[in-house]
Design a protein around this ligand. Structure first.
Ligand code: ADP
Ligand code: MG
Length: 353
């Protein structure tokens, strides 16, 4: 599903490569932690998978295709199969929770009917039902990350990339987010999560690929974080109070969830604390579209707008009418680029083979 073949990445103006001869192969449905100290190359790997950047050497194969060979025109369609979330959430500050999630469907030309059905489903999955009308600043950090996750999965991508998604969250909230990612993975979505948070990695006992100075030093099926000498040492506080209890309970809950996912134990009891929502719905992944219709850009007084050039068909067979999106307001957040809709030049994306 994701294969790195002797991948090296050297950024312009740097002497040391960010990645050197990196090799790994992620199977469909896997949950993989990409770990390593800051600067070890985790984000670089994720950017190569998303084709936000291209390798200096070697091959990156995602969903069966060498991403270098993707034409600029095809990159946005390729990215529809990959959801991504980041440490800083990247929500649109003036849009509601619903609108933030709907946005990723609007840019690909989904119909109003499809959006009205899919967005509430995605919000329910991440435990945000009832908060549709809130603005990002009216949410906690954990809730904001849930919105970002809902936005990343509402189009049912086959792969979910998470770059330090818990980096801005407190431990208890981080565990909630980890649980959510585990649940999304249980629905069949391949998840690759970059993190330097040893605790979750050790708890999850999933595959761990460790980078050190751009080199893979470990690839373990059921790994822990491994070498923690590069992590900052925190003075442990006395573990007391509601937050600590909630975090501990959540860890135990997560362990049970994982054991349950692997079919080892009896059905999962109701969580004690925190009251993490446990919706039943798990969205199936969408099959790859080999040659999707092109996106056209329309120049208007208000700025560049994009529209799917021909009606598409939704994942439930609902015909999708083209939707127009104003790119002006999202340019600053890089969302257009992330969705492959920005106005970048071909050579910035990299050469095509
Ligand atoms: P991580 O996500 O593990 O912290 P990164 O992939 O961000 O690591 O960075 C790996 C190395 O590449 C670091 O030395 C970093 O300084 C360098 N690097 C990352 N992005 C760029 C860039 N756009 N230009 C130059 N150097 C970069
Ligand atoms: Mg990084």
């Amino acid at each position: 599903m994701i294969r790195f073949e002797k991948v090296s990445k050297k950024y312009r103006g740097t002497s040391k490569p960010a990645l050197s001869d990196v090799e790994f192969d992620v199977q469909r449905g896997e949950f993989v932690f990409l770990v390593g100290a800051s600067g070890s190359g985790k984000s670089s790997c994720l950017r190569l998978i998303l084709r936000e950047d291209t390798a200096s050497d070697g091959r990156v194969v995602v969903l069966g295709r060498d991403v270098r060979g993707l034409s600029t025109r095809k990159v946005p369609y390729f990215r529809r199969h990959i959801g991504s979330v980041f440490q800083d959430f990247r929500l649109l500050p003036n849009k509601t929770v619903f609108q933030n999630v709907a946005f990723s469907l609007q840019v690909i030309g989904s119909s109003r009917a499809f959006i009205q059905q899919s967005v509430p489903e995605a919000l329910a999955l991440v435990g945000l039902a009832g908060k549709e009308k809130r603005l990002p600043h009216e949410l906690s950090g954990g809730e904001q990350q849930r919105v970002a996750i809902a936005r990343a999965i509402v189009n049912r991508p086959q792969i979910l990339l998470a770059d330090e998604p818990t980096g801005n969250l407190d431990p208890g909230t981080s565990i909630d987010i980890m649980q959510l990612l585990a649940r999304i993975n249980a629905g069949g979505t391949t998840v690759v999560m970059a993190t330097h948070e040893a605790g979750f990695v050790d708890q999850m006992q999933r595959r761990v690929i460790e980078l050190r100075g751009g080199v893979v030093v470990r690839d373990e099926r059921h790994g822990g974080y491994g070498d923690t000498s590069g992590l900052p040492v925190l003075t442990p506080e006395t573990v007391k109070g509601a937050a600590a209890t909630a975090a501990l309970t959540a860890v135990l809950e997560l362990q049970k969830q994982i054991a349950h996912d692997s079919g080892a134990v009896e059905p999962l009891p109701e969580p004690i604390a925190p009251p993490a929502p446990q919706p039943e719905t798990v969205l199936p992944a969408v099959p790859v579209v080999d040659d999707p219709p092109p996106v056209t850009e329309v120049q208007t007084d208000a700025g560049t707008r994009v529209a799917a050039s021909e009606p598409d068909t939704g994942t439930r067979g609902i015909p999708i009418a083209p939707a127009e999106i104003d790119l002006g307001e999202i340019d600053g957040l890089g969302a257009a680029d992330r969705l492959g809709l920005g106005r970048r030049d071909d050579d910035e994306v990299g050469p095509t083979a």
